[in-house]
Structures are given as C-alpha cells and as structure tokens.
Design a protein around this ligand. Structure first.
Ligand code: GLC
Length: 554
C-alpha cells in the first residue's frame, strides 16, 4: 500500500494578516468575514494552506502577538461563530487553515499577568511568569527587539520585582517551569484542535525555558515540552501541522524536527542565502546551506519564506555568517531607515530593487526546492511597502484588491484604515492590484498562478528526492527532484548576467528532455547538455517519460 503523504509535505502556504487583508464590515479593519469572501481568490491562485497571524483578543502592541485571551477571537475580526464559518468555507474549497500559536508570552494585560503581579511572592499565581529581584539573571540571553528594548527585564511596581520578557516589555514570558502553565497551554492547543484547524505555526518556539549561563534558546526542557504538544496533537488522530518559528541557523533549527517533535520549521538561513545569491550573483553559499539542510532533515519539511510580516532577519553573525549579511546589505535595496532589530524591514519587491526578474527567480526556487514554499500576502503582486510607519507596519499595509478607493480593501473613509494603502511611486494600488493583474497575462500574479498550476502536476517538486548537480557556472544552481516515475531538472541563474553552461546528464543519456512550463523540446539528455539562461532565468525540464501529461492538465 502506498505510504500516506501528509497534506503539508511540500504544501504551498499563504501567510496573511487578517486585519490587513479584507474588510467585510466597512470599519477600516480587515476581518474574518472579509477574509471568507476572498477564499475563492486563494483557491484560484492555487495555494494549499492559509496561515493567519494571531486572531485573538489583544491590545495590539505587537501585531496581536500580545494576547489577552488564547481561546477567543479579537472582536474587531469577528467571533468564534464567524471563525467557524470561515474555517468551514475554507475546508469546502480544499484549503487548510494554520493558526499562530504564541506559547512563549502573553500580553501584560492578560488576566494571568494582572493576577501574578498582585499575588504573593513565590505563590503559584505569581510564578505563572518569570520574576527576579534583580535584572542581571539570564544575562547571556540577547535582547531580541533591540530597537525597542535595552533589557530583557522590566521592573513591576506592584509586584516589587522584575519580570522577564524576551520581546516587548508588555509581553511577559510565561514560566514553563510551572506545570500549571504547561497544562493551560496544552488546553489552548486542544481548544483549537477541537475547532478543526489544520496546523499551528509555533511562534518564537526556542524561548520557552530559561537557564543561567545560556542564550536561553532551544533548551532540552523546551524540546521536552514541544514533544508534549506533539503528543496532544497526535491524539486528535488527524493530520495537523506543527511548524516552528525558530530564527536559528539550520543546525539549531533541525532538533525541533527530530525525535517526533515538530513536523516543520522555517528555514531562515535559506531565506538569507537566497537573497545573498541575488546580491552577489553567486550560489556557492546557497549550495552549502541546501546541503546542510537536506543532510540534517531530508525531504520536504523545511518551510521556505522569502518574506513575512517581520523584518528580514539576518542576525549579527549568529543566523548566517557576517559575509552573507554584508553581501545582502551591500546588494539589496534598504532605502532610508529600513534596518530594524536584526534585519531589513522591507517587502520582497522593493527589497529586490523592484526587479521583477529577481522576484520571479527567487519564487521559482522556493517552488522547486524541497519544502513548503510560503507566500506573504501581496508579494504575489509585487506589492510595495510604506516606509516611515512604525515598527514592522511598513510591511503590513492593506492588500491591494483593485483600483477602487483604499485598493478595494475597505469601503471606510481613508483615515479609518488599519494602515494606509500603498500609493508610493511604482507601487500605487491603482496599478499594483489583483484586479488589474488578473487581466494582464504577463503579470506577476498570473505568473505565480501558472507556476503553481504546473507545480501541482509535477509531484516530484513537492515530495521528490533532492539532489544537487555540479554546475560549472558560479551564478547558476542546478538540481533534480525525482520520484519513482518522474524526474524534474531545475536550473536557476541568480546572477544579473546571462549564463551558458553544460550539464552532465549522462545518467539519463538518450532520454527526452522537455521544458515543463512552456512544453519546449530540448535535445535528448547527454553528457554535454547545453543550456543558456538569461539573467535571473530559470527552467524546469522533465527528463524521460512522465506518468501524466502536464499539458492535458493545465
Ligand atoms: C515572532 C513574530 C513576531 C513577534 C514575535 C513576538 O517572531 O513573528 O512578529 O513580534 O514573535 O511574539
């Protein structure tokens, strides 16, 4: 019997911010009803899963990652009944739904924190959070939001103690040493599982436990708790994805995927290496990163975002070597004041200097490498950002649906919008929007759709084995993805100059080679197989006979 493939293996994930996606009631804020009305668009585009950034009640001091009630919906977005309607509609269209699960911290307005401050020292209630009499403890844990905070400790007048916060001071860290906290958070998992969701994106997952003398990241106790989460999810008897956000080098992210822990993890080092390849026009570091990722966790379990709702995390030498960071800083567009915390606070298109070819080749790569490609809402259009907005808001502006007022996002008067719609030169919503791009056959949007249609008929790109091939050209990366019945050759030129090179296809000698996207026949495979790729060009070639004709299925 054929092995059952989990829905998420190689699935294309579309990330969106519900508040910024579509406004169903005209108050200027996106909501679940608005999102429901756009599900047919997502289905048309061809993505398989939708990841919603936090939808829970929150004072929104950190985009909703500061939660006051884990088992409810922010009233501006809807309620549990509208969530149910949204989820049912998504499932009816065959779309999976992934929720953000914020385990590490709550809002300081969460009733647990308010109770903790007033509770006696050492009591169970106080110890729901991490307290100290001085601010020197865990001194090796780096401050993550270094544009906003200078310490991981904040003095609390009422408690008469400092509390620990890895992120903003209004996001106190939960104390996982306290079994009550563990039980509560496992109940949260259970609550949403019972609602029928298909996956969790586990926010800031390395930071659950602390230990003196360490960076307080990925401690054994943290892994032990995550295995409890996995057990709880497994007990639901459904195929539910647990996807880790661990902003770590590959070797430090891999442990979250071992020993029956989580199913997937974002590969942020890969993201940085992809941008570095564009910035330098060379692929040697990218190759190394892919080799390492695949040797540690083979298969399609790495999630591959180009951009997301945060800054492009580069770290200061911990995530990727300094040379990669320097290359990106030198070669990609940062504009004024776009460096935030540990990275570059830009959307995909402006980061790539508005070059649509670089945009396409990077997306083509995440659609062909082993893993889960992630699209950040609006990037499928090449949407711009709004420099000057606070924090990461430049990248979180309303989705551009049409040339109508507010980009069709909302009928509210403009000043009421959650964030301003983009009208900056080159990215104005009257030009860059879904309606216009749907009608232009050569648009980025139609390109994404075509790529995804084609990819659906090339299962080797989704679940196939991965093998890097030698390439004689430093700007080009070549590899094959193969299942028993299908071999797809991929070549991508990450340099801004054209590239001609030979590939050794001797092992497929004499087999037919056909470019998969446009159906163009190439010479039979041979030892010196010649390819020319224009600047930022790429290709998918089917080698040998295929089970199904992709032409018939388009
Ligand atoms: C994650 C989120 C980010 C948030 C932080 C704190 O890194 O992606 O947006 O600010 O966690 O919850």
């Amino acid at each position: 019997m054929a092995e059952k493939v989990s829905w998420w293996k190689g699935a294309v994930i579309y990330q969106l911010i519900p508040r910024s996606y579509s406004d169903g009631d005209g108050d200027g804020i996106g909501d679940l009803n608005g999102l429901l009305s756009r599900l047919s668009y997502l289905r048309w585009l061809g993505v398989e899963a939708v990841w919603l950034t936090p939808i829970y009640p929150s004072p929104l001091m950190d985009g909703g990652y500061d939660i006051t009630d884990f088992k409810n919906i922010h009233p501006e977005l809807g309620d549990l009944a509208s969530f149910h309607r949204f989820l049912t509609a998504a499932h009816d269209l065959g779309l999976k739904v992934i929720l953000d699960l914020v385990l590490n911290h709550t809002s300081f307005l969460h009733p647990w924190f308010q109770r903790a401050r007033w509770a006696p020292r050492g009591s169970l209630e106080r110890n729901v959070y991490v307290w100290s009499d001085d601010d020197k403890k865990y001194g090796k844990a780096p401050v993550l939001f270094r544009n906003f905070e200078s310490s991981n400790w904040e003095w609390d007048e009422v408690a008469g103690q400092y509390y620990f916060h890895r992120f903003l001071r209004n996001q106190p860290d939960l104390n996982y040493e306290n079994p009550w906290v563990q039980d509560q958070m496992l109940e949260v998992v259970e609550f949403w599982l019972n609602k029928g969701i298909d996956g969790f994106r586990l926010d800031a997952v390395p930071f659950l436990f602390e230990a003196e003398g360490s960076r307080c990241e990925g401690l054994p106790e943290t892994h032990a708790f995550l295995r409890k989460v996995r057990k709880r999810v497994d007990s639901a008897g459904r195929d539910v994805l647990l996807l880790a956000e661990a902003i770590q080098p590959v070797a430090e992210s891999a442990p979250y995927l071992e020993d029956r822990e989580l199913h997937g993890a974002f590969n942020f080092a890969l993201t940085a290496n992809l941008f570095a390849s564009i910035a330098t026009g060379t692929t040697s570091n990218l190759r190394k990163c892919l080799e390492e990722s695949q040797s540690l966790i083979p298969g399609s379990r790495w999630a591959m975002p180009l951009r997301n709702h945060d800054e492009l995390w580069l770290g200061d030498g911990h995530l990727v070597p300094q040379e990669i960071i320097q290359a990106i800083r030198a070669g990609l567009h940062q504009g004024h004041g776009h460096w935030l915390n540990w990275g570059i606070n830009r959307r995909l298109a402006p980061l790539l200097n508005g070059d649509p070819r670089a945009n396409r080749v990077l997306n083509a790569l995440i659609y062909s490498l082993p893993g889960m490609p992630c699209i950040y809402y609006g990037d499928e259009l090449g949407m711009g950002d709004w420099p000057g907005l606070r924090d990461r808001d430049p990248n979180r502006t309303p989705m551009a649906w049409s040339a109508q007022r507010n980009g069709g996002f909302s009928t509210a008067p403009e000043p009421l919008l959650v964030l301003p719609a983009i009208t900056s030169p080159g990215y104005d919503y009257r030009v860059v929007n879904v309606e216009v791009q749907k009608q232009l056959p050569g648009s980025l949007l139609n390109w994404h759709r075509r790529m995804l249609t084609c990819r659906r008929h090339l299962p080797a790109l989704r679940v196939g084995e991965f093998e890097l091939l030698e390439s004689s050209h430093t700007g080009v990366i070549t590899f094959v993805r193969s299942t028993k019945s299908m071999t797809v050759l991929v070549a991508a030129n990450l340099s801004g100059a054209g590239a001609s090179f030979y590939l050794n296809l001797d092992r497929w000698k004499g087999l037919r080679t056909r470019e998969a996207l446009w159906g163009c026949e190439y010479p039979l495979a041979n030892k010196n197989w010649f390819v020319y790729l224009p600047s930022y060009g790429f290709g998918w070639w089917l080698i040998g006979e295929v089970e199904e004709s992709i032409k018939d299925n388009q």
